[in-house]
Design a protein around this ligand. Structure first.
Ligand code: PGA
Length: 255
């Protein structure tokens, strides 16, 4: 029996509106069959405008949808922002927060990520918080410190949540591994996941269900080895999720 496993496909800005919808029309049924056959949770995170149509196309399947970001503001005069509430209303079950590309390109901070998480929790969308060190931080042996810094602001959001937070997803994504073809080694991933799990047990014991993902150049060739890591709950997949054959092969592996 395979252990429970979650696959989050982060399509970034790689697929356009039409490409995202085409992918679902062409492959939705097969993707659903794979997910069911292997007991997997599959979450697709497309460009925001594609979501309403994808909800429709995937309506009778097990495939879930996620957003790649949401606003740190709840509502109001914030031109161009998309609220957590809209993310929930359009049909998303999950939302990625604090991805390293957003930290790098638009200066997203841990405090902002925490605000987003607070907004998502208030509307019942499960946040997927990305944490991970840069190459320099790794060389300075600061990986654990960086992960704990990323997690620190979360305490505030979780403690301020109006109702008990039972479920969160946290993805360990070393910045140097995202989109580079370099993968963290299994020992380092296992250590990062232990740090995350221990942090939640210590700081937010009320969050009973913390699913830890790994992301960063996962593909059909390296997945089997990574998947054997004990506490790993799944993967955040970028490039390899854009190619249906590759993604399908990744979903076929039973640990
Ligand atoms: P990658 O992206 O699989 O292309 O490295 C992962 C991510 O950014 O979530």
């Amino acid at each position: 029996m395979a252990k429970p496993c979650m696959f989050v496909a982060n399509w970034k800005m790689q697929f356009s509106y039409l490409q995202a919808i085409d992918f679902c029309r062409q492959h939705g049924t097969e993707l659903d069959a794979r997910a069911k056959a292997h007991g997997l949770t599959v979450v697709l995170c497309p460009t925001i405008p594609a979501l309403p149509v994808m909800v429709d196309v995937l309506r009778n399947t097990s495939i879930l949808l996620g957003a790649q970001d949401c606003s740190r503001f709840k509502e109001g005069p914030y031109t161009g922002e998309i609220s957590a509430r809209s993310i929930a209303e359009v049909g998303c079950s999950y939302c990625v927060v604090g991805h390293s590309e957003r930290r790098r390109h638009v200066g997203e901070t841990d405090a902002q990520a925490a605000e987003k998480i607070g907004n998502l929790l208030a509307v019942g969308v499960v946040p997927i918080l990305c944490v991970g060190e840069t190459y320099e931080e790794r060389c300075q042996k600061n990986t654990i410190k960086v992960i704990e810094e990323h997690l620190y602001n979360l305490t505030v959001a979780i403690r301020a949540a109006a109702y008990p937070v039972e479920r969160l997803v946290c993805a360990y994504e070393p910045v140097w591994a995202v989109g580079t073809g370099c993968v963290a080694d299994c020992q380092d991933i296992a250590q990062a996941i232990r740090v995350i799990k221990e942090w939640f047990a210590r700081e937010c014991p009320q969050v009973k269900d913390v699913i830890c993902l790994y992301g960063g150049s996962v593909n059909e060739k390296n997945i089997a080895e990574i998947r054997s890591i004990d506490l790993l709950g799944g993967f955040l997949v970028g490039a390899a999720s854009l190619d249906f054959q590759k993604f399908k092969n990744m979903l076929s592996y039973d640990s």
